[in-house]
Design a protein around this ligand. Sequence first.
Ligand code: NAD
Length: 248
Amino acid sequence: MYDFFGKTAIITGSAQGIGKAIAKKFSECNCNLVLIDVNKEKLDLTVKELSHEKIKIKAYKVDITDESKLDIVVNDIKTQLPSIDILVNNAGVTRDALLLRMSEQDWDDVMNVNLKGTFLCTKKFAKIMIKQRSGKIINIASIIGQIGNAGQANYAASKAGIIAFTKSIAKELASRNINVNAVAPGFIKTEMTDRLPTEIVERYKAKIPLNRFGNPEDVAEIVLFLASEQANYITGETINADGGLVMR
Ligand SMILES: NC(=O)c1ccc[n+]([C@@H]2O[C@H](COP(=O)([O-])OP(=O)(O)OC[C@H]3O[C@@H](n4cnc5c(N)ncnc54)[C@H](O)[C@@H]3O)[C@@H](O)[C@H]2O)c1
């Protein structure tokens, strides 16, 4: 097990699903947590569940597309936590529709949360990491950003954007001892995928060599590895967590 005692991880979209599983694993490894989500009720439950005497947890009901609210978070945590060591850009949304039925709002919502939100959080929190001359940034992309998917043009474009963003920022921040990587999950059982029609779910499952859907913990394990010292020589990389669905 990793030991992150004394370190702090910021995780966006951590009230449920993959983000919550990531937060849980960090809490088990004694890492201080900054949890950001728009869902206050679930965020409060997560804080209760993950709290223990060895760590500090700060939780913020903040929309990651709201720059002024993110500034408040930055100022608050700078005074209350010794360092910001890990940022996990996990918050994401889907607004699925075939191209001709996809509204401008569907497009903008997905781009705003998945891509602009990732950009804003990275910009705000990387500033602290640059001063510290250390940090790990992990972005949650998706295999859909690599292979595309009918009905998800907005989502696929946003996740491909995250992979390209990851490589660019990795190049920018490498000289400051900051590693920037992405994890691209395949089909993971969460509320996001619970919304999909059964026939699509079954079609996907038949194509997964490991013959099962992933759990949020499967993704969380990779995030912890990328945040650890064992991954010090990895940057700009995207690791797929998809049971072999996409082999590049
Ligand atoms: N579940 C999958 O199969 C799968 C596959 C590939 C990639 N992903 C990616 O993993 C990430 C997490 O997915 P999940 O399945 O856990 O989804 P989820 O819907 O269960 O959880 C997403 C969380 O993000 C929060 N959120 C949404 N918009 C926000 C905003 N503007 N500001 C702050 N928080 C916001 C939600 O309230 C929610 O708690 C997403 O980026 C998603 O695209 C998921």
